[in-house]
Design a protein around this ligand. Structure first.
Ligand SMILES: NC(=O)c1ccc[n+]([C@@H]2O[C@H](COP(=O)([O-])OP(=O)(O)OC[C@H]3O[C@@H](n4cnc5c(N)ncnc54)[C@H](OP(=O)(O)O)[C@@H]3O)[C@@H](O)[C@H]2O)c1
Length: 294
């Protein structure tokens, strides 16, 4: 009698696993039933990942700025989630080091967290993501790109500030933002990472149900019972306001430029990919505000 061979579960690694998104991705892998012994948290400082080690997850040092850590971190890894670096200006060099190490380690599939419409937008954050996508394309590695829209948390993390002032101030006009929660993006990234590689390869525009900042203010009002309104400024007015509360001018111009991208519709997508990867509707704005309120 012939026995069906048991295929060993692939080994998964997640970079930036001490960060918000990376940690949620590790949780999502475990929730999917991947044995903890097959999950590797790649972290800059293993001392920060004791909670992950306690779950049985392998913790390995992987610092984008120290390429010598990346080869050992990726040894035996079959599928890698490369969470984009939080350091604008350094990202292409850092991501390039990870992609080179993944190639040298024969990683079988890389999922990279990029940004919405990375290759066709004026969004100031996009060029480094597009350059990373090009590096992946040129690497010969099988890859998928999760082009994440804005995090809902970019707004809900400021809920107390909005409630205290009674307003959201910005320069996004009537632009709609297809934001989703980090948890939904993490689950979607893991769906890509753990699925059939042939089906998952390519570029995925991910975002939740779109809203304007006026609609965000109305939702906050509805959920909390405290009236919050949206005050729309020009890009220059918004920059000056940010400078007035202590932000340096170049950062203020950068922040205002993100809102101007929203005003041009660059943070919106009608793609159903997030829903399809999740197998359910993304978390609604109302629910995200409710959770932030708790
Ligand atoms: N779509 C959006 O709205 C949005 C918003 C913000 C950011 N992002 C992007 O999405 C990424 C993930 O978001 P997040 O909220 O999880 O960010 P986060 O909480 O700031 O996590 C960033 C992670 O990157 C790690 N890291 C920083 N420098 C590193 C290095 N040199 N080598 C290795 N790891 C390094 C950090 O490690 P430590 O724990 O050691 O610091 C942390 O684990 C960000 O890095 C950024 O590229 C997207």
């Amino acid at each position: 009698m012939s026995e069906t061979p048991v295929m060993p579960a692939p080994s998964f690694a997640v970079t930036g696993a001490t960060g918000h998104l990376g940690r949620l991705a590790v949780d999502a892998l475990l929730r999917r039933g991947v044995p903890a012994g097959n999950v590797f948290a790649l972290v800059r400082d293993p001392g920060m990942a004791k909670d992950l080690a306690d779950l049985g997850v392998g913790v390995r040092e992987a610092d984008y700025d120290r390429p010598e850590t990346l080869g050992p971190a990726l040894e035996g890894i079959e599928r890698l989630l490369l969470v984009s670096s939080p350091t604008p200006g350094d990202r292409v060099r850092q991501h390039s080091a990870v992609i080179d190490a993944a190639n040298a380690a024969d990683v079988g599939f890389v999922v990279y967290t990029s940004v919405i419409h990375a290759d066709e937008t004026e969004l100031a954050l996009a060029p480094e993501h597009a350059a990373t996508e090009d590096l992946l394309q040129g690497s010969g590695l099988p890859f998928a790109v999760a082009r994440n829209g804005w995090y809902t948390e970019n707004y809900t993390a400021r809920l107390e500030e909005y409630l205290a002032s009674g307003e959201i101030v910005g320069a996004a006009g009537q632009g709609r933002v297809s934001a989703a929660t980090r948890a939904d993006y993490a689950e979607a990234a893991v769906a890509l990472l753990s699925g059939d590689i042939v089906d998952q390869q390519g570029y995925w525009e991910l975002g939740g149900p779109a809203f304007t900042l006026a609609e965000l203010a109305a939702t906050i009002t509805e959920v909390t019972g405290t009236t919050v309104t949206y005050r729309d400024l020009s890009g220059d007015e918004y920059t000056d306001l940010l400078v007035g509360v202590g932000m340096d001018r170049s950062t203020a111009e950068f922040v205002a430029s993100l809102d101007l991208s929203a005003a041009r519709g660059e943070l919106q997508t009608d793609s159903p990919a997030l829903t399809n990867l999740l197998g359910r509707a993304p978390t609604s704005l109302v629910d995200a505000v409710r959770v932030a309120r708790m």
